[in-house]
Design a protein. Sequence first.
Length: 615
Amino acid sequence: MRLNLFWKLGFAFLALLVLVLLPVDFYAERTLRREYQRSGFERLASIARIAQARPLPLLPPPSPERGEDPYGLRGWVAQMAAGGARVTVIASSGQVLADSEADPRSMENHSGRPEIQQALAAGEGRSVRFSVTLQRDLLYYAVRQPMPAGPPLVLRFALPVEAMDVVLWDFRKGLWLASLVMLLVTGAASLVISRSFSQRVERLRVFSRRVAESDFRPIPADRSGDALEALAVSMNETAARLDASIRTLTEERNLSAAILGSMVEAVAVVNSAERLVFANPAFVEILGLDMPPRAGSALLEVVRQTELLEAVRQVLRGEPTVRAEIMTGTVKPRYFAATVAAVRAERTPSAVVVLHDITDLRRLERVRRDFVANVSHEFKTPLTAIQGFAETLLAGALDDPQNRKRFLGIILEHARRLARLTDDLLELSQIEAERLKMEIHPLRIAELVEDCVETTRLRAAEKNIRVSAELPPGLPEVAGDRRRLAEVLQNLLDNAVQYTQPDGQIVVQARAAEREVVVTVADTGIGIPEAEQTRIFERFYRVDAARSREVGGTGLGLAIAKHLVEAHGGRIWVESQVGRGSQFHFSVPLFDAERAAQRFSSGAPAGRANGPLPS
């Protein structure tokens, strides 16, 4: 049986009150118990200080067989127990020498008691536990008592816990009684309030039912001044405006058509006869139609994608929603996620088609797949070589002095290639994760170019390639990280040496633009086909993959260079013709001294920045 609003509200109020009172009882009991234990330990500590002030009697060692009093402690223990606490004297070995409430000869060794171990280790110890001797819970406080001759003793003092339980029980009984009274009073008040509230809600429900049956007579206001009165006024206004709203449905339909016409997503409506009822301009553009289709045109005459046609037919046959993916274009294909939903009308059911452009998503998925495949392929070749030559050495070639050194050299070379590939991957991941720190300083491009060109000449001399720099005087300073920009320029020079035939030429140039300095590395190498130029900065992409691996490239150099240049606020691009060489350009923003001074005076550390300081 369903509970009405009256009982639901009443039970909710009562449950809320009970949930409040239970934590109060729980935390009050815990607080009082901790306070009682604290005061009990303070009392025991006071008794211990008094006991330590009164020296223990010094007597010859005891003879337990004759039942003698060890050290003559019984009188001293009786005097200390007059304060109301149980007093026990324990040797450092754990033997009980005297106790105010039990015969020490019947007591077991106390070396394992936690308060005894703490007292011997730290000077004092505390615990709350069950006493095996007295069969009840006690508060224990123990102190270490040095002896002039011999090992120290432990003086232990205890108080029963039963008194605390009695006080807590009396407090909780009083608290429960007060809580019961509060529960009865507040429960009665909550029932009265909930009954009045539920009656008012019931009147609003009846009124909403009348409005649904086209009876727009207003509900009388109850003049309570609360949210329900505001709701009743709002419902009266809603009923008064409902008739006028129905007359504006036609205008709203026209407005919806205008909105659909301005959407980027393609939207079309198809009736049960597979004829177009509506199509927005985006639908015409995506399908590449020469002109907008007329209302009533057959869908088969407009749409050529079989996947989309089949999805529409499935919805018209009864499916609520069908999703598909279509592709348009051949030279530059575009991918769209098609969602076809059913529109159930009284007479003629129809379907709404929405096309969402997912070309960028598919491109990113392709890049990800290519990256995984390329990484696997790049690692497979050196790993296979290392494994094969290692197995050859283990199979007996290790004893062949003629081939042993050659095989080990091959293994070392492939291991170094793996190391280079791993280092490039780590650096690229740091750059893409924006964890790469750069030291931005004013930098002279001429000095950077001269250093990199001098380094490249040593390698280019092996192929008789001329490397030169053509730099105009008075180049302005740029804002950059010298080590990172040197890495970019050196990578471009190394690629130029790799792909330039012997007796070729490499020229490094630089020119100042309005807000940047552009550095160009031109070579007379084999060149790059125009179709490949847009992809050479992708990870692992190679125009000549076989030759790149032959010279030891990882396929990540240009990708790293692109990220480093963009991190400086610059750009990198290529111009090339097959057989006539290539020109790689990258730009670096000029250094702005005024902006740098403002940045450093505001609190930024000198020489360190997250980005460049362009002019």
